[in-house]
Design a protein around this ligand. Structure first.
Ligand SMILES: [Zn+2]
Length: 246
């Protein structure tokens, strides 16, 4: 188990590194394979040694090798979280169909966290790229009852559509469609839990970032965190809450 966890961690970090590039370049219509990444300050083209996920950032102490400009930890955190979450999914689900559903959702969240934070964009093609295989896998790893995935999808989609109408477009279209995919993964009960958690996290983020409700804040990252918490711990949370009420 430790061996597999290590292998999955390494793959997760490598995929996370690639998802950074996808989230960074795809919304701008740039190629995701070339050119190689470069320093935004001095345009030094990064060499293989500068591109090792997580480790390069640590060895270079967060600075460009050539000009020494500080590189933010954001992309390294995406790599780290993709890797940790990939391992967490394996430890929870083992090698099963469900673990692939989990990995697809984690991948989707990694990309939209980057694109939503940088450009406030959640692209349709990204949603489709991950949403379609998730839908297919859900038939092989069904929720109980099997149609719960559709109940969750339409519930999540509907709630966010309603919020969007009520807030006169304050909720982005990407968030609405994203919740359709999340609903497929979670089913209706955990979708409800994830909306609640995402709203709380989004509110805390808004307060910490001291932004009013007038401005749009990228809600994607809050949705990602809230949905992952619901996916991994939602049932425990509901049980705990029900016990509290009894
Ligand atoms: Zn540089």
């Amino acid at each position: 188990m430790i061996y597999y966890s290590c292998v999955i961690f390494l793959f997760g970090a490598a995929f996370g590194s690639f998802y950074n590039v996808v989230g960074l370049r795809l919304p701008k219509g740039k190629s995701i394979v070339s050119p190689p990444s470069q320093c935004e300050n001095c345009h030094y083209q990064l060499k293989p040694l500068d591109l090792i996920p997580i480790l390069s950032f640590i060895f270079l102490k967060g600075k460009c090798r050539k000009c020494g400009v500080k590189i933010g930890a954001f992309h390294t955190l995406i790599e780290l979280f993709t890797a940790l979450l990939a391992v967490a999914a394996y430890l929870k689900f083992g090698f099963s169909v469900e673990v692939f559903v989990a990995w697809l959702m984690i991948s989707l969240f990694a990309i939209i966290t980057v694109s939503d934070l940088l450009y406030q964009i959640i692209q349709d093609k990204i949603l489709l790229f991950f949403g379609i295989p998730i839908l297919i896998l859900r038939f092989f790893s069904p929720l109980d009852p099997w149609w719960d995935m559709f109940a969750g999808a339409f519930f999540g989609f509907g709630i966010f559509l309603l919020l969007s109408i009520l807030s006169h477009g304050g909720m982005g279209g990407g968030d609405i469609k994203l919740y359709f995919v999340i609903g497929l993964v979670l089913g209706i009960k955990l979708t409800f839990v994830s909306i609640f958690l995402s709203a709380v996290i989004g509110l805390i983020a808004a307060i910490i970032l001291k932004r009013g409700f007038g401005k749009t804040i990228p809600f994607g990252p809050s949705i990602a965190i809230g949905s992952l918490l619901a996916y991994f711990y939602g049932n425990n949370l509901v049980d705990w809450y029900m016990n509290l009420l009894m």
